[in-house]
Design a protein around this ligand. Structure first.
Ligand code: PLP
Length: 420
């Protein structure tokens, strides 16, 4: 599957938008990297599960067994969604389900901690959301040495050449983002992972900002741990962590003590997982499959993603052209190649705090946002802390060119007004 091949059929946008009940509003929602709106089918599935299957799992009575089977099927269908070019995909029991990415990374750190020795090294970035930094930095209390892979200030990317000198025989783990939730550009996850593995280090990849836009070919990338949040991928408020089976087998159990020795994702799911949310989340692969049917009869798993990438490229390209055209606007991050750039676009305005900009668009009922987006180290590195961070416009495939035009008109009038 190659989502970067040209798509032939455009997205059926009217149908797409009709699948998301929350889009029936007069607000233009461009804060999607904070959270996308959920599919109607996801809402229906959550509600159906809660109404129909309010039982505990693991008992011998039929409804308990049936509910267990439905949830196994849901996990299976999320695993099937994470399919790569040659059809390779994770097994359902390689997916750990939890309430959020922050919670899953913390659990992973807790499960790894007993195996770390003083002097072992963990590499984190200063580009990531704090979810993939704080849990690792806290391990310094065990004598673990933390190294930082810094944003390259020239390219405004994470550069592999800056990573090389950080890896050595004490490196146990490299924690990095697949795409920054501010900079919007994807990192070459497969190459980075191959380099880490050469040094026998594992990788923990934050896929949160990438997952709403491109297929998650975790097997092709050969990652050890890959985490993303379903509430940013059109689903309910839960998260999924792909954990390669051999790595999962090595991890310590953080569930109840009497479960020590258990196999599978349960060892990282203390107290279980959110049943109705996992069941609801399976509405997302169903949506992609239906989109595929409408595009090409559903023969090609990659086709919906290609059409999504095309729509996103059209939105980004229009907005980037406009932002480039204004002398008082500086785009934060690389302008990027549109195939590796996601439609998450941040900028600053000369002489203005970023907090002054989103309110300019609110009278036109446009929701955009300013701040550090829980990546305060990145904002610090960029020297933007005192400017209230960046203004971020984050779009997904259900946004339209008309919406971008409305945003541009509103921003243009607002920015001209600020210049007086
Ligand atoms: C890139 C990135 N990583 C991690 C997270 C944390 O996700 P969660 O809210 O599921 O903990 C976010 C949330 O905004 C994010 O944007």
């Amino acid at each position: 599957m190659n989502p970067e091949q040209a798509s032939t059929t455009p997205l059926p946008l009217d149908w797409v938008r009709a699948q998301f009940p929350a889009l029936a509003t007069d607000w233009i929602l461009m804060d999607n990297a904070g959270g996308s709106v959920p599919l109607g089918s996801v809402i229906d599935r959550v509600s159906h599960y809660m109404a129909r299957w309010p039982v505990q799992l693991g008992a011998s009575y039929a409804p308990s067994a049936e509910a267990g089977k439905l949830l196994e099927d849901a996990r299976e269908s999320l695993a099937a969604m994470m399919v790569g070019a040659d059809g390779a995909r994770p097994a359902a029991d390689e997916l750990v389900v939890g309430s959020s990415t922050s919670s899953l990374v913390s659990r992973l750190a807790r499960a790894i901690a007993p195996d770390l020795a003083p002097g072992d090294e963990i590499i984190v970035t200063d580009v990531d959301h704090e979810a993939n930094i704080t849990p690792w930095r806290r391990l310094a209390a065990l004598g673990v040495k933390l190294r930082t892979w810094h944003l390259n200030l020239e390219s405004r990317r994470l550069e592999i050449d800056d990573l090389r000198p950080l890896l050595n025989e004490r490196s146990r783990l490299l924690c990095f983002t697949h795409a920054s939730n501010l900079l919007g550009e994807a990192t070459p996850v497969k190459d980075i992972t191959a380099l880490a593995h050469k040094h026998d280090a594992r990788v923990c990849v934050d896929g949160v900002a990438y997952a709403p836009h491109r297929p998650l070919a975790v097997r092709d990338w050969d990652v050890d741990f890959y985490v993303f949040s379903m509430y940013k991928v059109y689903g309910p408020h839960c998260a999924v962590m792909f954990t390669r089976s051999d790595r999962l087998a090595e991890l310590n159990n953080i569930n109840h003590q009497f479960m020590d020795g258990m196999e599978g994702p349960g060892k990282l799911e203390p107290g279980g997982f959110p049943y109705e949310l996992l069941y609801g989340a399976a509405g997302v692969p169903d949506y992609l499959a239906e989109l595929g049917q409408r595009l090409d009869g559903g023969a090609d798993d990659a086709q919906p993603w290609r059409a999504i990438a095309d729509q996103e490229a059209a939105l980004s390209s229009r907005l980037l052209d406009y932002l480039h055209s204004r002398e008082d606007v500086e785009i934060v991050g690389s302008a990027g190649n549109l195939s590796s750039r996601l439609p998450t676009i941040s900028f600053t305005v000369t002489g203005q705090r970023s907090s002054a900009i989103p309110p300019l668009c609110e009278p036109a009922r446009i929701g955009i946002r300013w701040g550090h987006f829980y990546a305060p180290r990145l904002v610090e590195r960029l020297g933007l802390t005192d400017r209230d961070g960046v203004v971020r416009i984050s779009m997904v495939h259900y946004n339209t060119i008309d919406e971008v035009h409305t945003l541009i008109r509103s921003l243009d009038a607002g920015l001209d007004g600020l210049r007086g």
